[in-house]
Ligand binder design. Structure first.
Ligand SMILES: C[S@@+](CC[C@H](N)C(=O)[O-])C[C@H]1O[C@@H](n2cnc3c(N)ncnc32)[C@H](O)[C@@H]1O
Length: 219
């Protein structure tokens, strides 16, 4: 991992855990564990692509207590909840389009005040742009054919020098092409849009035909 591991993230026997912001509450059935007298939540790599990235020895992890995070494709908040454990003084603008997961995300945000849920289509940035300002980090996990285009469009809200995570689902872009070829095409598009690639990790065996691309916005 580049830089310091954030306070609140620990590894026990190679498994990631985050310090629970809301003591006693398990968000999605994950186990709770006392570590050095404090309560931590197991971060399941089969349920969260960011945990899978860590398990695959992903080296970029720019989240700290004060991060301003734009999160696209929040669903019911599985990964968002772990980031909420880490970003204790910052904020997570969590965008989700579908009503049923969004309802659960709303419930989560009532317990966790650093989550700002927004029900919106990430293709239409106008409805939430004013809430973000300049994000330090942008994270996207949206299974749509135009996922790279959505990422580039939203990156106008990412500060210069900020870090972006794009969880690519290859089969959603083109089932007929090999995943590696799709990842290469995404990388070309991102570089053309002015990003530099910091890291790329295939997320198997936790997520088949998925990769995490991590980029820095340079211009
Ligand atoms: C794989 S799930 C996200 C899981 C979540 N990131 C996690 O790790 O807990 C993808 C989510 O993206 C949402 N989604 C798909 N298209 C979207 C769009 N255009 N704008 C916003 N959300 C979208 C879906 O409704 C779905 O909940």
């Amino acid at each position: 991992m580049n830089g310091d591991k954030p306070d609140g993230l620990k590894f026990v026997d190679g498994q990631p855990y985050t310090r629970n912001l809301v003591a006693g509450i398990s968000v999605y059935g994950e186990s709770l564990k006392k570590i050095s007298g404090e309560e931590y939540r197991f971060w399941d790599a089969k349920r969260s692509k960011l945990a899978a990235y860590l398990k695959r020895r992903g080296k970029v992890f720019p989240f700290d207590a004060d991060t301003n995070l734009l999160y696209l494709g929040a669903a019911s908040g599985t990964t968002v909840s772990h980031l909420s454990d880490l970003i204790i003084h910052g904020k997570i603008l969590a965008v989700e389009m579908s009503r049923i997961p969004f309802t659960k995300l709303l419930g989560l945000s009532e317990q966790r005040k650093n989550i700002i849920p927004v029900q919106a289509d990430a293709n239409q940035t106008g409805s939430y742009k004013f809430l973000v300002g300049q994000a330090d980090v942008m994270y996207q996990d949206i299974a749509q054919k135009n996922q790279t285009e959505i990422f580039i469009r939203n990156s106008e809200m990412l500060k210069k020098g900020g870090t972006g995570f794009l969880a690519v689902k290859a089969r959603c872009i083109d089932v007929s092409q090999a995943p590696e070829k799709i990842y290469g095409q995404c990388i070309d598009e991102l570089e053309e849009a002015g990003f530099i690639i910091l890291d790329k990790k295939d997320l198997g065996p936790y997520e088949k035909d998925h990769a995490m691309l991590v980029v820095e916005k340079v211009s």
